[in-house]
Structures are given as C-alpha cells and as structure tokens.
Design a protein around this ligand. Structure first.
Ligand SMILES: [Cu+2]
Length: 167
C-alpha cells in the first residue's frame, strides 16, 4: 500500500514536469523570449558606438553585415529612405521567420519592442541593443513581402576576451 502511494506520486510529478515543458515551449511561440538568445535592450548612455543603417525600397539594408564585440552596446540609427514602410527587427532566424509568417497573415499588425523599430517613409529611429552572446544574430524587415525579397542582414558578434571591462 505504501509502495503504491509512492509510485502514484512519482507519476504525478512526471506529468507535472511534462505540463511545464509544454507550457514553456508554447510561450516561445509568442516571440518575445528570444531576446535572451540575442542579447538585451541596451542603455543608450552606455552605447559605445553608433551604427547607421539605411533601408530602401530595393529591399536592402545598408550595411547588411555589421561586426560588433560581445557585450558591446550599439546604438543603431536607422533611416527609411524609401517611399513605403520598413522596419528593422533583431532576432534569431527562427524567430524572425515565425514573426514574418504572422505579419503575412496580418499585415496591419503593429509591434513595438526594444529589439525593433518600424519607420514610415523618410523617418529615422533607433534601436539600442547590448550583444551579450557571441555568434550571428539576424535582423530583417518583416513587412509582408520584404523578408522574402531579401530584406535581411546579420550582426556578427565576436567573442570578447576581456570580461572584466564588460560593464
Ligand atoms: Cu522593408
């Protein structure tokens, strides 16, 4: 009788764990958890560098490849030189693709998070981001059709040797 009770408790614990796992996986579909994977919102006062990025109706970012150092806080000064709306969204490739599919289904979807800026024609805006993880981080314009047309780029984060100065 005693053994039976213990077994039931173990099964219940496993079931609970499975439920937690499913919930966690589900929350990733929301799209806002990827921030940890690509870094975190930066503090403008700590930005060590300003990188200008231009967006055009030819569906390109200039530059499309940006090199930064791990832990560096970068202030992206983004300009929309085109005649239609464009945006720059930082994320993992997986997250950008998922987000893009949502945009295709709902073109009027407005979004505003620290890792992105959406700009009307002729407008400028900024994204301040700290790249805490080394590796390649993608960015893209998720306006319907733009991502498919190749409006994307990458930030290459070089591993930092000096962690002591990373503040
Ligand atoms: Cu665009």
């Amino acid at each position: 009788m005693k053994i039976q009770t213990i077994r039931c408790a173990a099964v219940a614990a496993i079931t609970a764990l499975a439920a937690v796992g499913a919930f966690a996986a589900g929350s990733h579909a929301g799209g806002h958890d990827a921030n940890d994977a690509i870094g975190k919102p930066g503090v403008a006062a700590k930005a060590t560098r300003t990188v200008k990025v231009d967006m055009t109706d030819s569906m390109r970012f200039t530059p499309a490849s940006i090199d930064v150092k791990q832990n560096e806080t970068v202030r992206f000064l983004i300009t929309n030189s085109g005649k239609i709306k464009h945006e720059l969204v930082l994320g993992t490739e997986k997250e950008l693709k998922e987000h893009y599919q949502l945009m295709m289904k709902n073109p009027e979807m407005e979004h505003d998070d620290p890792n992105m800026v959406t700009l009307a024609p002729g407008k400028s805006g900024e994204v301040v981001w700290q790249f805490t993880k080394a590796g390649k981080i993608d960015f893209a314009c998720l306006q319907p059709g733009h991502y498919d047309a190749g409006m994307k780029g990458a930030v290459n984060v070089a591993k930092s040797a000096s962690k002591a100065t990373a503040k």
